[in-house]
Design a protein around this ligand. Structure first.
Ligand code: CP
Length: 309
């Protein structure tokens, strides 16, 4: 398998074979003894540029880098970088590329990672760009699903919450459209529906149904992928306050779900999943977050030798 991508910008750039390749490499990473893994990134410097807050994405990338013997430089807050002095994204990326072999970045502007890739001589990994995409999250989501169910084809996947602003569900829907026989059930308030342009893009590739009521499709689901309402993306705070607790799921939902049903969530959660779910067999979200490490190890190991034109 030749992995042809030189940057990880959008899951839409991946073929099914590309996705399967990364999942296979992640499984290899997870099984590989520490002693064998620990030199894979020796001599490699990764810039970790987080212009927007993060816990999981940044820490799991940094864990992945260190566990493979690489070095990490960067910042976790744009306010401590020269962005604060007015430096452009393009200049920051060019400079970081002079110090590092790979750049991982998160930015609040949609398309920022693609813009960075245009000016960077080093591979760019998009750790989330505004409401647009979060491709490495999707790869770890798919890895988690495959590990749990042994397959992705044919599963019934619910996506709940803020489907308008949630970049994780945008990327996940595109990815699921590459698999066979997957049904996606979109559960959101009318004002936070999946954007029409994304629905148009996946039309004919994946069966999609929409509802506002979580109970409508619950008994059919293998996985419910819950998301928080993205407070930071709302222009009108009053609108957020009106809708923020639209879904609050507790143990009672498990009376209506099928055997083997799992709940996933990219995290952080706010109120949408009650802590009482955490100790149930349905809760897969903490394992999901842990899977970020082997998946990101695999991506870094694949990209470390990439030479961009
Ligand atoms: N899932 C995710 O992207 O979490 P962070 O925002 O904490 O990185």
């Amino acid at each position: 398998m030749v992995f042809s991508l030189t940057d990880i910008l959008s899951i839409s750039d991946f073929s099914r074979e590309d996705i399967e390749f990364v999942l296979q490499e992640a499984a290899t990473m997870e099984k590989m003894p520490e002693s064998k893994k620990s030199g894979l990134l020796r001599g490699i410097v990764v810039a970790s540029l987080f212009f927007e807050p993060s816990t999981r994405t940044r820490l799991s990338f940094e864990t992945a880098i260190q566990s493979l013997g690489g070095e990490v430089i960067g910042f976790a807050d744009a306010k401590v970088s020269s962005t604060k002095k007015g430096e452009s994204l393009s200049d920051t990326i060019r400079i970081a590329g002079g110090y590092a072999d790979v750049i991982v970045m998160r930015h609040w502007i949609e398309g920022a990672a693609r813009r960075a890739a245009e000016v960077s001589s080093k591979p760019i990994i998009n750790g989330g760009d505004g409401s647009n995409q979060h491709p490495t999250q999707t790869l770890l989501d798919l890895y988690t699903i495959k590990k749990q169910f042994g397959k992705i084809d044919g599963l019934n996947v619910g996506m709940l919450g803020d489907l308008k602003y949630g970049r994780t569900v945008h990327s996940l829907l595109y990815a699921l459209a590459d698999f066979k026989g997957v049904k996606v059930f979109l559960i959101s308030p009318e004002s936070l529906k999946m954007p029409q342009n994304i629905l148009d893009d996946v039309e004919g590739k994946v069966e999609v149904r929409e509802t506002e009521k979580v109970e409508e499709f619950l008994p059919q689901l293998d996985v419910l992928y819950a998301t928080r309402i993205q407070k930071e993306r709302f222009v009108d705070e009053f609108e957020y306050e009106q809708i923020k607790n639209v879904y609050i799921l507790g143990k009672e939902i498990l009376k209506h779900t099928k055997k083997g049903f799992k709940i996933m969530h990219p995290l952080p959660r706010v109120n949408e999943l009650k802590p009482e779910l955490d100790s149930t067999e349905a809760a897969l979200y903490f394992e999901q977050a842990r899977n970020g490490v082997p998946v990101r190890q695999a991506l870094l190991n694949i990209l470390k030798d990439v030479k961009k034109e």
